[in-house]
Design a protein around this ligand. Structure first.
Ligand code: FAD
Length: 446
């Protein structure tokens, strides 16, 4: 290098904020943070202690157990045995995060300061950065458990959730799934106005000692492998307002698994049809009160949408990390891609998007009780951002980005699904408007 170039580099270095701030007074130095650290470390430092611990544990688990399975689970989903990873996750406490210690594994400080889904969302991002399918395989379980808690019905919690968590903590994990979608009702069971006209087939008829259920559910994540399903049915002769949640157990007579879908992404988790043909469900398996299903379902979605947002964020972060590695190791035109300023601007744009998604997700579950519009907004923003970032990562990686399971394409496929399930993003936008309607229509506020 020429001496003038060295001179210029030395002057640039001296001007960098970390060096320049050495000239500040003692108190001036205290007011800025110029430490060099990764964004991951920086953001982890913002978390309450319990969530911080789960974030570190989740990243270690994802790298150690999920990463080695990711390609196999995506390429050969029908041959992939999900039980070992589920057992491993359960043993480490990842499947019992919806209750605080000692009943579950969430840390009480973070649990009561934030919403019950906060620690789940923190974990979801880490899992999804390695594999969308395995992340869904593990996260759908929390969705299945959520109606038991959000029913708020103490006998349900004591009878079903606590024993389930106790068995899981003893190393005998059970997989739960959540079933609202029916062949004629997807969005309509996720949105108020559609709900009023929903064409539901799954019906519960009251009999001595319980109910007999007939009908179909479809697209149920983990449906084929679930030991138990929280399943919603209308009462005979009534509509969606009578929706009631029932706990359906594998092995119940008349209950079977139908078609399993071939999916574009998140393949490690099955999306299955559930068939109910005169299934007799005892009274003790009614989750919460009769006719409380619609309210319970809406609350479950409010708790789980930030988690879906966090999964989307994880896919995007994984794609970004792969693109970054590619830019560091690829030389074009005599220098590394990372040293081109226009590539740096693209990367900065991705960082800004990832950071804004994380900020909104953490914000949306930052209070003990979740808030419909914030949950829906976090899901919409994070999933849209995720698809943009994954697309950009593939673009930066050129041909390599498009290679199956080597570039960013699997995460790109995974991320697309987060714009669709738990309500399409259109339906989630309607959830924002519905909740803020008093403000939007001018009935309240300034
Ligand atoms: C892989 C996968 C996994 C899933 N896992 C589960 C699960 O575990 N449990 C479960 O119960 N469900 C699950 N689902 C179902 C999922 O939540 C629904 O598929 C989703 O909400 C969309 O419903 P739909 O496919 O019936 O779309 P439709 O309701 O048929 O919507 C079709 C289109 O119309 C639009 N639309 C509908 N209504 C309106 C409206 N009022 N205003 C504006 N636009 C509207 C939608 O946005 C969409 O673009 C899963 C789906 C998939 C694909």
């Amino acid at each position: 290098m020429k001496p003038e170039a060295l001179d210029l580099q030395a002057r640039v270095d001296a001007l960098r904020p970390g060096n320049a701030s050495k000239h500040l007074d003692f108190f001036g130095k205290l007011l800025v943070d110029n430490r060099e650290m990764t964004i991951w470390e920086h953001d982890t430092g913002l978390l309450p202690v319990g969530a911080r611990i789960w974030r570190r544990r989740a990243r270690d688990f994802a790298r150690r157990y999920i990463r080695p399975d990711a390609v196999r689970a995506d390429s050969l989903p029908r041959e992939y045995d999900p039980r070992p990873i589920v057992s491993q996750a359960a043993r480490k406490g990842f499947q019992t995060l919806l209750l605080a210690l000692p009943l579950g594994t969430a840390f009480p400080g973070s649990y009561f300061l934030k919403s019950a889904s906060f620690q789940v969302a923190v974990v979801a991002e880490e899992f999804a950065a390695e594999s969308g399918g395995i992340a869904l395989l593990l996260m759908a379980h929390h969705l299945g458990c959520a109606p038991l808690i959000l029913s708020g019905h103490v006998p349900t919690i004591l009878r079903h959730l606590l024993p389930l968590y106790a068995r899981t903590l003893r190393g005998r994990p059970e997989i739960m799934a959540f079933a609202i979608t029916e062949p004629g009702a997807g969005s309509d069971v996720e949105e108020t106005e559609g709900g009023a006209e929903a064409r539901l087939v799954t019906t519960a008829r009251q009999v001595d000692g319980g109910f007999v259920i007939n009908g179909r559910k479809c697209f149920i994540s983990d449906g084929a492998i679930a030991d138990k399903v929280t399943l919603f049915a209308k009462l005979q002769g009534e509509g969606l307002e009578s929706w009631t949640c029932f706990l359906i157990e594998k092995g119940m007579e008349g209950y079977s698994i139908g078609r399993q879908e071939h999916k574009l992404g998140q393949r490690a988790s099955d999306a299955s049809e559930l068939i109910l043909d005169d299934v007799r469900v005892p009274q003790r398996n009614v989750v919460g009160r009769l006719r409380s299903g619609w309210a319970n379902n809406r609350n479950v979605l409010n708790y789980s949408r930030p988690v879906v947002g966090a999964m989307a964020l994880g896919h995007a972060r994984g794609a970004f990390e792969r693109a970054l590695e590619f830019c560091r190791s690829t030389v074009r035109g005599g220098k590394r891609l990372i040293d081109y300023q226009d590539v740096q601007i693209e990367l900065a744009d991705m960082i800004v998007k990832l950071w804004s998604a994380r900020a909104l997700i953490w914000h949306s579950c930052s209070q003990f009780r979740c808030y419909q519009s914030a949950s829906a907004a976090a899901k919409v923003a994070a999933s849209d951002i995720s698809f943009e970032v994954c697309t950009k990562a593939m673009e930066i990686m050129g041909d390599y980005g498009y290679l199956e399971n080597r570039g960013a394409e699997s995460l790109w496929r995974d991320s697309r699904l987060t714009q669709i399930y738990e309500g399409t993003n259109q339906i989630n936008r309607l959830a924002v408007i519905e909740h803020q309607w008093a403000e939007i229509s001018g009935r309240c506020g300034n």
